[in-house]
Ligand binder design. Structure first.
Ligand code: PEP
Ligand code: MG
Length: 535
């Protein structure tokens, strides 16, 4: 086989070396149609296979996840679900079209329900639809990818990423995608090497490949020489990482002795499994849209999840961000479907204030958990001071309600993300207890370069003087007003950007747990007084 080198964009550093597992999105894929009897059998076999797969999954799950799978099993087991699909097959439709149409009706019914519980269940139905479709069309399920293999496809959703077992290594190569997308962020957090934006060439990738996530390159059909080089590079990377990890527990001081606090970003307890809590200064960001997506109305479960994080942090601050749904993090039944530009639409706090019923549940769970330790509430996508004040009023109201009920609770510190340029420029208009700069969104909005678009990724530059000036402005406001300013976007964990961020005045960073060691190592290299990119 001839060696071929493909270039894309670096999205998550590290070297992966393994067999390509091609992941094709289902889209409108079709197959050759057979006689009616065989189409009927194809659908029956696919439903049976999907039922078998979810039943096998059920054994290993607990709590909310077990409920979801239980719901899916019950649906797949119910003939009512397949009735109209079989009727369409009798009318001459191929199995995949019949199934798509039947499920579209079913999903539409759930999406239009007045009951938010059923609206939220529409995502579970879509999952069943896709499982069955994969069997009909002969497309492999992502979870069947051999562990350690490199997932290759057009794009990958955050939920698909979370469904893959990365414990044996592996990597990701995408035709589309962007280094600042949420799936790239998850990959960096888990240390999964990732290259995005290689274009249509992803379709021709097969066999064993070498992925260099830092250089943004993919080598197919690698020669023995390339394999040897990849092995020695992986060894060098591993050694540098080991050196950084050996000092992970030490505080991070710049060369000239300025201390920098380093906290971690999490999306749930799975992110801190095995992580030494003493190595970090607390949790600077908890993304709850992944954590409570299936528990929007379940106060008890949310309380439990927040309490677990506080328990883990053992007295260190735990910053929990209220739901930041929308943009590239849709929650079916909650976010608005079909927005022409979701990143500029109803997301984050805008959506929470539109759904006070759901928002109150989250605030109640947070105020109750705040009785257990230093929990801080952080609001995403804040644009105007009235959003902070409206939330403060709601929070005070739920705390009053909880006190009347006689339950334990506390009024947590209320801070905001600074990720909308207008808020950064007018930061002193916000009476927030603390500020955390969301450099991912701040950069996409300030540079007019969508965080999920590979074509415009080079424009989304945190080192752009316009972006650095906003970061410096927020840091200066924090220093002058005595309020903590941190940065929890991905830039904080990028060794190439850390010097500029510290020179802009930041003294607290919050990064993926997997990047804490390299972040501290990069901080130790910074000479604050030395000339360099400044704001
Ligand atoms: C950010 O925008 O930098 C941020 C931390 O939030 P998210 O990536 O979840 O949008
Ligand atoms: Mg953001």
């Amino acid at each position: 086989m001839v060696e071929r080198r493909l270039s894309g964009l670096p999205a998550s550093p590290g070297l992966a070396f393994g067999p390509a597992a091609i992941f094709r999105a289902i889209g409108e894929a079709t197959r050759a149609k057979g006689p009616v009897a065989s189409e009927r059998q194809t659908l029956a076999d696919a439903v049976a296979a999907a039922l078998e797969a979810v039943t096998a999954l059920a054994g290993s799950l607990e709590g909310e996840a077990a409920d979801i799978v239980g719901f899916q099993i019950a649906l797949l087991d119910d003939d009512a679900l397949t009735e109209s699909a079989y009727a369409a097959i009798e009318r001459g439709e191929p199995a995949e079209t019949a199934w798509r149409q039947a499920m579209a009706e079913e999903i539409g019914g759930y999406e239009n329900s007045d009951d938010p519980y059923f609206r939220a269940r529409s995502a579970d139905l879509a999952d069943i639809r896709d499982r069955v479709l994969r069997h009909i069309l002969g497309l492999p399920e992502l979870t069947q990818a051999k562990t350690g293999s490199v997932i290759v496809g057009e794009d990958l959703s955050p939920s698909a990423f979370l469904g893959i077992d990365w414990s044996q290594g592996g990597g990701i190569v995408l035709g589309a995608g962007s280094p600042s997308s949420h799936v790239a962020m998850l990959a960096r957090g888990r240390g999964v090497p990732m290259v995005v934006g290689i274009g249509p060439d992803w379709r021709s990738v097969f066999g064993v490949i070498v992925v260099d996530g830092a250089a943004g390159t993919v080598v197919t059909g690698p020669s023995p020489d390339s394999v040897a080089k990849a092995r020695s590079q992986a060894g060098a990377l591993g050694a540098a990482r080991a050196r950084a990890e050996a000092r992970m527990g030490e505080p991070a001081l710049t060369r000239d002795g300025t201390p920098v606090a380093v906290m971690i970003n999490v999306a749930g307890m799975a992110d801190v499994a095995g992580f030494p809590v003493a190595a970090c200064d607390g949790i600077g960001l908890t993304r709850t849209e992944f954590l409570v997506e299936q528990a929007l109305r379940d106060e008890a479960l949310q309380y439990e999840l927040y309490a677990q994080l506080l328990g883990w942090a053992a007295g260190r601050p735990v910053t929990i961000r209220t739901l930041d749904a929308g943009g590239d993090k849709p929650i079916p039944g909650y976010t608005i479907a079909g927005e022409s530009n979701p990143f500029l639409g109803l997301r984050g706090i805008r959506l929470s204030l539109r759904h006070p019923d759901v928002f109150r549940i989250q605030l109640r769970a947070l105020a109750r958990a705040a009785a257990l330790g230093p929990l801080k509430i952080m609001l995403p996508m804040v644009t105007a001071p009235h959003e902070l004040e409206q939330t403060r009023a709601l929070l005070e109201d739920v705390v009053g309600e909880l006190l009347t009920e006689g339950g334990a609770c506390a009024l947590p510190a209320l801070g905001i993300m600074v990720e909308v340029p207008a808020a950064a420029m007018a930061v002193d208009a916000f009476d927030a207890a603390f500020f955390s700069i969301g450099s991912n969104d701040l950069t996409q909005y300030a540079t007019a370069a969508s965080r999920d678009g590979s074509e415009v990724a080079p424009y989304a530059d945190v080192l752009h003087p316009g972006v650095l000036a906003m970061i410096a402005r927020v840091a200066a406001h924090g220093a002058a007003s005595g309020r903590e300013v941190s940065l929890c976007g991905d830039a904080g964990g990028d060794p190439r950007l850390i010097a500029a961020l510290l020179r802009a005045g930041l003294r607290t960073l919050s990064v993926s747990p997997g990047l804490l060691a390299v972040t501290k190592a990069a901080i130790r290299e910074v000479e604050l007084a030395a000339p360099g990119p400044a704001a």
